[in-house]
Design a protein around this ligand. Sequence first.
Ligand code: G1P
Length: 300
Amino acid sequence: MTSSRNRISKAVIPAAGLGTRFLPATKATPKEMLPVVDKPAIQYVVEEAVTAGLSDVLMVTGRNKRPLEDHFDRNYELEEVLRNKGDATKLTRVQESSDLATMHYVRQGDPKGLGHAVLCAEPHVGDEPFAVLLGDDLIDPRDPLLARMNAVRDEHGGSVIALMEVDPETIHLYGSASVSGTDDEDVVRVSGLVEKPSVADAPSNLAIIGRYVLDPAVFAVLRDTAPGRGGEIQLTDALQALAADPSLGGPVHGVVFRGRRYDTGDRGDYLRAIVRLACEREDLGPDFRDWLRAYVNKEM
Ligand code: G1P
């Protein structure tokens, strides 16, 4: 089913959330700008989209999100200072984020949920399949998930979500999927989805993680989706409607991801993400690992 009509070129990154779990750090700084080692979390996500061939990136932002636009734009003053100093390394670091992708921005206005944020992307996306990447989930670049999801959409059409097995006790933090197997070990057909169910109501311990490849039919479904969990328009509910009735816009498949995912959405996981990524860095890792080993042996 591969055709140019199917080729995905646009990524949508919802980034309008208030980040209240990180107050006071997020009082005047968007949570997406919090550093993970030495890069803002959002830059990893844009880099992932670009690596998967999606160089047209739309961020759905809100009030107080100007630093996001500035980060992906040129900073001529800083570049000039670094150029005059002859500091090529830092100059490259400053330019990396502005040279990455073609960035577009739209404001969500009212924070009416993830489904509503995706709907705000419709005028930009139009009638093409597109990807959605949630900023709280970082996927290790060594485990290319989006490329796999694109390949599954090429094969089956419709929409593709990313799933991960989680401890059943934590399923209430995610959307949960009921699925059946396919010929591919890592691909499932999704027959139902529930947003943030209790352990008892969860159809499985397969949790939705924040990567989606969506058929544009999702926009019409979202327009008809009533507010759900938390009074918000849920993307999960629109995908449930698509899964229940493939005549609306093709089937929904899931790629079961078994690679490395770092959750930066809560404080404990954010700290773990920084430690893990710092340990693995070629430049900082060796010294940091030595220090960490000594620290753990001495203090714990
Ligand atoms: C969103 C989705 C949820 C998904 C999660 C993944 O929830 O609504 O289905 O499991 O992202 O991170 P949020 O964490 O934004 O509340």
